[in-house]
Design a protein around this ligand. Sequence first.
Ligand SMILES: [Zn+2]
Ligand SMILES: [Zn+2]
Length: 501
Amino acid sequence: MNAHFQREEYPRGSVPIGAYARFDHLEVGARAKTLLLAFDLVEKNWLDTQGKTDPLFSDAPSISDNAWKIWNQQGLQSTHNPFESMPVYRLELEIPATRGFFGQPPFQTTQPTFTLRSNVGELESKWFVLDISPVQGPDTEPARLYPGLFADPVTVYVKGTMPTGKKGEALSSIFSLAHLPSLSTAQLESELSGLDSDLLAVYDVGQGNANALLSTKKYGAPGVPTLYYDLGAGVYRNRRTTPKSLVFCFTEKPTILLSHWDADHWAGAYASMIKGAYPALSRKWIAPLQNVGPVHIAFAHDVLKNGGKFFTYADKNIGSTALNNARQARFTLGDGPDRNCSGIVLVVEEPNHTTARSWLLTGDCDYVHFVTHLVPLPPVAMVVPHHGADLDPATPVPKPPSDITYKRLAYSFGHDNRHGQTNVRHPTVKGVSLHNGADWDHQYWDLLKPGETAPGGDVLATCEHSPGAFRGGVLIGWDASPAVAKAPCQGRKCTTSLTQS
Ligand SMILES: [Zn+2]
Ligand SMILES: [Zn+2]
């Protein structure tokens, strides 16, 4: 396993002197005055040295592409992880919104957050070369460097430039999800076909998201997962929001369908070690084909090394497959320009119910990027996109059926999550107001200060911001509130309890 992922024994205080960095994430502060930029880093020396001896890491895309083809044909994935000893980091930089960074011009921050997505989408394909130092020098900027997902950051001083076009291509070719096998729509349909979806779980994972379809057939209510949709946890600046123990249920060997590649949607795989292993790593993962950096590639190969499987999905079709009990699952990719809004969206539907209905799972994808082509049946349950962050003000928030009383809107976020000095905290005023205006009753939440207390009404949240706050997973049914129970598999050491419904 790459040391970056260890929760307890992460590498402490190591600072590389140079790194190749891929843009990973942007958070725009209140009134768009500050920007928090996150980058995914690999140590420059390590990669340059590997490139001299190992064709997988060659500077020439034609050589590395070919080497990856051969590597795949040889089926060495489960015996050798080329990224295991790769030193990787997360770097966070906060700058005034009017400034550029690393040779990039400033963002047009007069635009509201959601219109910055196309800029972000473009940035996600770019690489930077960073000089890093523990002490301040001329033209350097202070930044936080995280040696691991759950590690404390160290302050460093960075200076960044763009690599040559050729070097950028070489890096994109080495760190590419295209080296993983892909699934067609028909193949993904058959992966989901015939699953039980009696209940829906939204786990408390801190500032992240993890959900599951549950089967009550063998073990009774609340059942065991038949499919995970994301398996996240709070990481980096939100690492402290993750529960101390986060043991997911793998009794029925469920596949994990990953909405998109942000670490807060997959890092739950590393949140708790069980008997020296991480059970999620030996499962099958399916994720959208997106631009990602070294940390994400190292994770995918960690799954392969641990006996799991990893597939990508890139078809623009709408998939549809029958589930048990006359239900169906349909899925599509968001058509947005960035990672959040181009992920896999999943809707589970009861088309034959007297009032046709659905459960809608979006990951971090804004409705505006899938609703008009997926056209989900009216939801009786939704997990709010992007932890309740701002959405396009014109987004078509799906409304629940008008003739039913049981409906649930779930927010997944971590206690007092923060995004640097930007003061952005999820859920946001705008995100909550949009949903409240679409017939989802946020009874007790102050719409100008959401997330402080228990919401009531149609809303459930995995945590509250107030001191001594309640936290817990959410259990959702099709027609009525299911009875809550401690562990999803009847107490077999899983700690992802579902305490509210
Ligand atoms: Zn995301
Ligand atoms: Zn997220």
